[in-house]
Design a protein around this ligand. Sequence first.
Ligand SMILES: Nc1nc2c(c(=O)[nH]1)N[C@H]1C(S)=C(S)[C@@H](COP(=O)(O)O)O[C@H]1N2
Ligand SMILES: [Mo]
Length: 387
Amino acid sequence: MNRRQMLSTLVLAGGAFVSGVDRVWSSEPPARHSGYGFPGGRRIGTVDFTGEGHPVMETVLDAELDGRLMTDLEKLPWNTRSVPTGHFYIRTRASKLIDPAKPWQVRLGQDEAAPRLDLKQLRQQAKPMGLQVLECSGNGRGRHFGLLSAAEWDGVPLVEVMRQLPEPKTPSRLLVSGFDTYTAVSKQSAPGASWIFSRQQIEDAGAFLATGINGEDLPLDHGKPVRLFMPGWYGCTCIKWVNEIAWVPENSPSTAQMQEFAGRTEQDGIPPLAKDFAPAVIDPAAMPIRIEQWQVGSQTRYLVVGILWGQATSVRQLEIQMNEDDAYAPVPTLEPAHGHDWRFWAYPWTPDHAGSYTIRLRVAEPKVRTRRLDRGYYKRTVEIAQV
Ligand SMILES: Nc1nc2c(c(=O)[nH]1)N[C@H]1C(S)=C(S)[C@@H](COP(=O)(O)O)O[C@H]1N2
Ligand SMILES: [Mo]
């Protein structure tokens, strides 16, 4: 056994859970609560992150464009693969102008007279599209980074739906638009939700039209009856309440939505043309989600538990820094990659003094692009009172 395997065994072979501590989401089957921690130890609490304000988590807040629900990632039991639907983050709630009792129409083309997508057939065609992480590009510290969730999605590959469109005669890009008219004026966001993609981007990402989440119908606030999902891309491209799919000229201007999110998706300025937008992919990113305090004999120890997501299959080794200017250390336990879901990691920690620690992660592979990690976007601070 090498050092790395030994350390993972140490963490994973740990004692049973303190009853109840992690069973916050009762819908989680007990099989997912694999033991981890310190052998012979007892988990006695959680140390909160500081300097992140006091946002209300796990509660549907406000309405329409300002509607939000932040997932409390601190409550994710070890290696939880998907977030129960009612806990999945929401960025923009359904418009009050949408009447879910009325039939929905998705226009296949820009003309009013264009054919409509057969939604009944779409639902019948829908297949499991796997575990996928969704993150809002505006996910931030003031919201405890809670605009980030993972779920099992059902849907139909967008390329299959595109076959129903007449083949364009000139070079074209695909516009996907969603209903985005609201009764109230937003305090934070601009209405208008559409994104323009190249055929290559759609094929490479494995884009799909989602009709279900976690084996259930898509809830209204998540885009019922149909939303776009771009695996590995930021949420702002995953248009909800899709009402139009159409070929548009290669030189089409970027949409209002693309312009609003240009900075947050790492574009070079605000490109006036859609074709100059780079894929809005999420680089590998990692952060601690919970600092667990353990009692091991007479010793106080800590377990830093976190997640890694965003093109995460390319990462073999994570490294952690416990304070600015300190050396980075390898993270001994990193769950295997499966695709576009998140991977749990854990770092057993014995701080040598009480005080403030600012935790930062990096990816060991130098060739992997990690723009947000490089900027310290996901660093988090804790106050350790007891050592
Ligand atoms: N029609 C429409 N689609 C939209 C939005 C919107 O405001 N209107 N917001 C986008 C953004 S910014 C994000 S992060 C995701 C959030 O999806 P969720 O609420 O299902 O988590 O939806 C995207 N799709
Ligand atoms: Mo977003």
